[in-house]
Design a protein around this ligand. Sequence first.
Ligand code: OAD
Length: 253
Amino acid sequence: MDKLEKICSVIDKSQKIVILTGAGISTSCGIPDFRGPTGIYNYVGKKYNLPYPEAVFDIDYFYQKPQPFFDFSKELFINKPQPSFAHKYIAALENKANKLNMLVTQNIDMLHELAGNKKMIACHGTYHTAHCTKCGKKYMLNQYEAKLKNGEIINCECGSIVKPDIVFFGESLPASFIDFLDNPTPTDLVMTIGTSLTVQPACLLPIAVKRKYDIPMILINKDSTPYDKAFDYIINDDIDETFKRINEQLKLI
Ligand code: OAD
């Protein structure tokens, strides 16, 4: 059996898969990743005149200068990105094969929801909702989507700035993620897809689940990660191509 056949056999036998995804799953949808050679952190600093690239998601910087975050958000949504083959495959693992325990995504592009996943935690938050930074009033995406797509700062009726519920550096991750990290529900396989595994605490999830249930771990990512040694199966190749090859064997979609 070659490596891909083994991976297919592990997926086939599993019934409760935990999947962690990162920006690499959306690069084929036209959204750059963060730390790759053409990644967002390579150009965003210069483009928006930031003191350092990650300032685009720094909560203190946002309070001083919110415009770069709204410029970034406009870029994210302007081309109406659509789910990739891999997004669709993961949706089928939930909706067709009933094999998904939990999908945890670090991505804020909402493509997993668009593909049809529901059992999921967006651990770095979402644009679906937003809150006023002063009075706390909650807004739904349809109330501010037009402004977001124009790169405009969103203002609350109280006059302060409304911030989409994206988790910035310096903010807490959703309680649902922290609870799952502390106490993952029974799982028989962990798949980690398209992430450099460099941002805590999200990068700790695969190990936390493996530690609790002593199960196989698969990594699909072009580049190596600091946690490679912990994985049982690693495919350093394109994500969509890999899922197409998996699908040729398992014929899920
Ligand atoms: P990174 O940019 O750090 O890592 C993306 C990984 O995907 C890299 O290791 C690439 O090798 C890999 N990759 C890219 N395209 C690929 C492809 N087509 N096939 C296979 N692999 C591919 O992105 P994340 O790990 O997701 O925070 O970054 C974590 C967090 O850092 C993000 O959630 C973001 C950022 O600060 C927020 O958005 C709030």
